[in-house]
Design a protein around this ligand. Structure first.
Ligand SMILES: [Zn+2]
Length: 276
């Protein structure tokens, strides 16, 4: 079964997914120029579950893991044995016209290693119409207890466009190569450096990867903060925005319409500065 067939099957059988993908096609979007970069902003009410997810250890331990097979909705199908270890799922709360979650079959904490990064490269190669992304447990993953990647339709995120590369470079490290070993070696070096500078085994980061014309591009955004102060503010000062890979890559997803109306280029600039 192809990914398109898998998608169509899910949207036929699963009303929640069908409704949310139909709603995504109608969401409001706008573009704000932030320091020479055209940031996309998306008003997406279905994302409130992820944006406002409680990811502290206690909340996580008290809820059933929604990525484990036994707890998934009965309508949610999966493609199993991907790289022997992963299930491909349709994400029922989409940001992209095609949005997948790729979950490890076993319940295992969200943590990166050279092997998992190599899996990400392979997945990007297997899914050339998608950009793969990973949020570490402290930088936007709403299931920090279950290892997963996500994949979204290509050519939506500004980070993919070479002309904007220099605008991302203050906050991101890029790897471009046609050689898998080189990609893994360079990632390993960046990862070790982050482990040292952040003094964490699992450094805070967002990672994106795509494969085009025989070449991988990887963009790694080191993070220093999970959510910006405006997330916790009250009244008009509050902007409910929880930056993850997609936001760092140039697309701000705001579940509340009033935030969508109100957010300015200056807000985005400051949020990126604050969490990078
Ligand atoms: Zn799980």
């Amino acid at each position: 079964m192809t990914i398109d067939e898998f998608f169509d099957k899910q949207l036929t059988e699963w009303p929640l997914a069908r409704d949310n993908y139909a709603a995504l096609a109608r969401v409001r979007t706008k573009t704000l120029m932030v320091d020479g970069l055209p940031y996309r902003v998306q008003s997406n009410a279905a994302r409130i579950l992820s944006t406002a997810a409680k990811t502290d250890a206690r909340s996580i331990s008290e809820r059933p893991c929604f990525l484990c097979r036994t707890n998934r909705p009965p309508e949610q199908r999966y493609i199993d044995h991907v790289l022997d270890s992963y299930d491909i799922l349709v994400n029922p709360y989409p940001i992209f016209p095609r949005h997948l979650t790729i979950a490890l079959t076993e319940h295992h904490p969200q943590a990166l290693s050279d092997e998992r990064f190599a899996d990400m490269l392979t997945l990007a190669q297997m899914l050339p119409h998608f950009i793969l992304f990973y949020n570490d447990a402290q930088s936007g993953a709403s299931a920090p207890d279950h290892l997963h990647f996500q994949a979204g339709s290509r050519n939506i995120l500004p980070v993919e466009q070479a002309i904007y590369r220099s605008r991302f470079e203050p906050h991101a490290r890029f790897i471009d190569t046609d050689c898998r070993e080189e990609a893994v070696a360079r990632f390993a070096q960046l990862f070790r450096n982050l482990q040292i500078t952040q003094e964490r085994v699992d450094p805070m980061l967002n990672l994106l990867c795509w494969y085009h014309d025989g070449q991988w591009t990887v963009s790694l955004f080191p993070r220093k903060k999970y959510r910006p102060d405006c997330y916790y503010a009250s009244g008009k000062a509050q902007l409910l925005c929880s930056p993850a890979a997609v936001e760092m890559a140039g697309l701000f997803v705001l579940p509340r319409e009033e935030d969508f109306e109100r957010i300015t280029a200056t807000d985005i600039y400051h949020i990126i500065q604050e969490v990078s």
